[in-house]
Design a protein. Structure first.
Lengths: 273, 186
């Protein structure tokens, strides 16, 4: 049998033309009965379908806003903004102080303000205010701004408390300077290289810095602990200067160097420039 | 009814049950006839036709007019329902006897017996259909649509959602396979 023969055979087949009226009528009734509920369902589905994109956008927006409002970054920025509105803090920052750290705990923000670096340098170059074992020193005993610990209430948008950190810093430095003198007075290297009559011109000790420490729901400002604290001491005698480098942690003099002669009464700092 | 009129009627059918009823009256016989030619069984034809129109009603509001006759959409649903019927066997059947109150159960039975008698008269069709039913569904669809429903290739491509070239190819391979079925029997 060829394809054409089969096609011809298929085309010539007498086909049944049957219609079961009872089924047609019965199905029609079922469809009419179901029409309204199906229409309502479809309309609801259409509304839901239209709401999906709007709902999705709303959900995304909600999460975006929620995350931004509650994110640590947002709270930190907000705390900084509130702190900057305080006149006292504003003055400190205008004088060169900086906001070193902000931490959030229990809906409150804690801001640590660090004093300007320039001020510290001046402080380091200032004469020592200590007297020890016959070494004469000049006196500076002026209370300085050593930073501040500020509590900010983010919800109420106000600075709740400002605690100045200066007195603690100064006392720590004094103790360290005393320790430097103690170490150099015991050192054979200093005794060997620096004349006995030499006087201490300056002691540079690492300025104690503060950091914020978060412990559970509370935040406090505590002194930073370094692995190795180092200091230096400058001696002068008969127009000559020496520098001793001290490891405060190991309590030893690491080296003593001759800095040279100062001509025409120039200071040590000037000769270094 | 031209395509534009049909489009308007479909649009109206989404709001008015009478318009949907009009569509049903227009296409019931055509769809029932097609399903009967596919399954050669009156009972199954009734069930699948019911499922086809119920599915059409359910999806009427999702139907988008694409300049293709509404009947093509119904044919496509019917094709899916035939496959579903044979896959499940336990298809959900709509009991029309309970709803069709004006016609008594005896009348339904009598009408059904008469319809079966009428079907039995078409032995050539039943034999050919038996052979066709042994082919893959994809060949059954194109052969019945082309030779029993007298559809053009373009119409078949619209119903099946395939390219005309693919339909021609399916028809050719279907005829080859059907020829083998006839040859085996002889």
């Amino acid at each position: 049998m060829e394809n054409e023969d089969l096609i011809k055979k298929l085309e010539e087949i007498s086909l049944p033309k049957i219609e079961i009226k009872s089924h047609k009528k019965g199905l029609s009734l079922v469809l009419m009965k179901k029409y309204s509920p199906e229409r309502k369902r479809a309309e609801l589905f259409n509304i839901f379908k239209k709401l999906i994109p709007a709902g999705a956008i709303a959900v995304i927006l909600f999460f975006f806003i929620f995350n931004n409002l509650n994110s640590p970054k947002y709270n930190l920025a907000k705390a900084k903004e509130i702190a900057l509105q305080n006149n006292e803090i504003k003055d400190w920052l205008q004088q060169g102080s900086t906001i070193k750290d902000i931490k959030i705990a229990d809906g409150k923000a804690y801001v640590l303000i660090e004093p300007p670096e320039e001020k510290k340098e001046q402080e380091e170059l200032a004469p020592v205010s200590l007297k020890s074992e016959g070494v004469s020193q000049e006196n500076i005993a002026e209370e300085k701004f050593g930073g501040a610990f500020v509590e900010v209430n983010i919800k109420e948008k106000e600075v709740k408390n400002i605690k100045k950190l200066a007195p603690i810093v100064t006392s720590l430095m004094e103790i360290k300077k005393e320790k430097v003198l103690e170490i150099v007075n015991k050192s054979w290297e200093v005794q060997e290289k620096v004349p006995k009559e030499a006087e201490v011109l300056n002691i540079n000790v690492p300025t104690p810095k503060f950091r914020l420490s978060k412990d559970g729901g509370s935040v406090s400002a505590i002194p930073e602990t370094e692995t190795e604290e180092k200091a230096s001491i400058i001696y002068k005698s008969d127009g000559h200067r020496w520098e001793g480098k001290i490891n405060l942690t190991k309590e030893e003099v690491e080296e003593v160097n001759f800095l040279g002669e100062i001509k025409n009464g120039a200071t040590f700092e000037e000769s270094n420039r | 009814m031209n395509l534009n009129e049909e489009r308007d009627l479909v649009r109206k059918a989404k709001k008015d049950p009478e318009a949907f009823s009009e569509l049903y009256e227009k296409y019931y016989s055509q769809i029932f006839g097609y399903i009967l030619k596919r399954v050669a069984n009156l009972e199954i034809s009734q069930d699948v036709t019911s499922e086809t129109f119920l599915k059409a009603l359910k999806n009427l509001w999702q139907f988008r007019w694409r300049n293709i006759p509404f009947s093509s959409w119904l044919y496509r649903i019917a094709n899916n329902e035939i496959v579903n019927y044979f896959r499940k066997q336990k298809g959900k059947k709509v009991s029309l006897e309970k709803i069709a109150e004006p016609i008594s159960a005896d009348n339904i039975e009598l009408e059904f017996i008469e319809a079966q008698e009428e079907l039995k008269k078409h032995q050539d069709f039943l034999k050919a259909q038996e052979k066709i039913s042994k082919l893959d569904i994809k060949y059954q669809e194109v052969i019945v649509l082309r030779f029993f429903e007298k559809k053009q290739i373009k119409e078949i491509s619209e119903i099946l959602g395939k390219k005309e070239g693919a339909i021609k190819s399916l028809l050719h391979r279907g005829i080859e396979k059907l020829k083998d079925e006839f040859f085996e029997t002889n």
